[in-house]
Design a protein around this ligand. Sequence first.
Ligand code: PRP
Ligand code: URA
Length: 212
Amino acid sequence: MELKVVDHPLVAHKLTHLREASTRSPTFRALVAELVTLLAYEATREVRVEPVEITTPVATTTGTRLAEPKPLVVPILRAGLGMLEGMTRLVPTAEVGFVGMVRDEETLRPTTYAERLPKDLSGRQCFVLDPMLATGGSLSGCVDFLAERGADDITCICLIAAPEGIASFRELVAHLHVRCTLVVAAVDEHLNEHGYIIPGLGDAGDRLYGLV
Ligand code: PRP
Ligand code: URA
């Protein structure tokens, strides 16, 4: 698994604003979208393309377009949904699948409550979206699921990751036959006793959508 930490002043600036407890939901959502677009630029560096013949007003030339099948973007519900708009802004022709996961507050283990994905993912480049990689259970569960469906090229985009979660995710991926890249805006210090990332930003789902 390749880890890419996007080191850019605009990413650092927006992430700092996002972390602040005083940042309210509307601003939080806008910042998430902007951050994802910046991360997606890095995350799509290896997206598959093919040559295409085009005619400009004055000549013909060979250009580049996204190859078929189109990339599949998979937000992990609920918080990953907040990242979808920022991703599709950059790759509007991508298709979108959904995986719903929630982790138990006590055991920190995730359960899957929803899934809407193509049955066969072989040959598809997948881009998984989840703002927080804490213990790594949710992201590992989702990537495992995509690999079972035949995906062999998976890029995960997270805003903040904990070192413990990265280590556990790396271990899972080592046992799968997938090319996996993890793109993050920051690797934080550690997890606290409740499984929250420190310093982190709190509960991403609640800050996006409120307490439910
Ligand atoms: C949060 C977050 C990740 C997960 C990370 O989701 O969005 O999916 O926790 O924790 P982990 O790495 O320990 O699995 P949560 O389960 O709170 O659900 P939500 O997105 O519906 O708020
Ligand atoms: N999920 C979140 O939303 N935040 C954390 O810090 C950990 C898991």
